[in-house]
Design a protein around this ligand. Structure first.
Ligand code: COA
Length: 157
């Protein structure tokens, strides 16, 4: 798939490692956690993801405009995309799409062979973004435990 995105200022992913960064992640989570997605359930959930993977701040230039995480799925070679969030006032300008491309590059660098994610069927914007970067819908999943079915999407890396 051709990649023809020009997003300015330049988008980058920076690992959230210190308390200040993680507080920012939680703040984004509380701003954006909504009907569209669950986000981190609480601080413990966030630390669980951090321990099993990596939480990134999405930067546009110097400004933090969102977060996204990756963790191993437990299956050999499969990485899970979690908690993609872009600040509402910065949405619709290519930042989410570019962040997923960058995350896929990180996954490849780390030797993963496949990326996977779950998304609510009604989250059309997120589904559009994931399809655009090459994810395919492969099935449905009820395992999140909140009674809401998710679409499962996958992409070979
Ligand atoms: C999903 C999200 C990360 C996307 O980030 P973003 O920066 O707005 O994404 P982009 O600007 O790169 O792309 C948005 C795309 O969705 C499209 N879009 C917007 N509303 C849409 C809709 N209702 N249906 C289908 N596509 C839609 C836009 O046209 C654009 O596509 P295009 O570039 O091909 O025209 C952001 O909307 C967000 O943070 N949402 C709340 C949290 C969330 O739902 N996260 C996903 C959890 S699985």
């Amino acid at each position: 798939m051709q990649r023809e995105i020009v997003v300015t200022p330049k988008v980058s992913l920076v690992e959230a490692n210190n308390k200040k960064d993680l507080a920012t992640v939680l703040m984004f989570n509380s701003l954006l956690g909504s009907r569209t997605h669950v986000g981190f359930r609480d601080e413990n959930d966030m630390y669980d993801v951090k321990n099993k993977g990596t939480i990134f701040l999405i930067k546009a230039g110097e400004e933090t405009v969102g977060t996204v995480s990756l963790m191993s799925d437990g299956k050999e070679g499969t990485a899970l995309v979690r908690n993609l969030e872009v600040l509402q006032e910065r949405q619709g300008r290519g930042i989410g799409t570019e962040s997923v491309y960058l995350l896929l590059d990180v996954m490849r660098e780390r030797g993963f062979k496949k990326a996977m994610l779950r998304v609510r069927p009604g989250n059309k914007r997120a589904r559009h973004v994931y399809k655009k970067v090459g994810f395919e819908e492969i099935g449905k999943d009820n395992s999140v435990g909140d009674g809401v079915e998710r679409l499962v999407m996958e992409k070979r890396l």
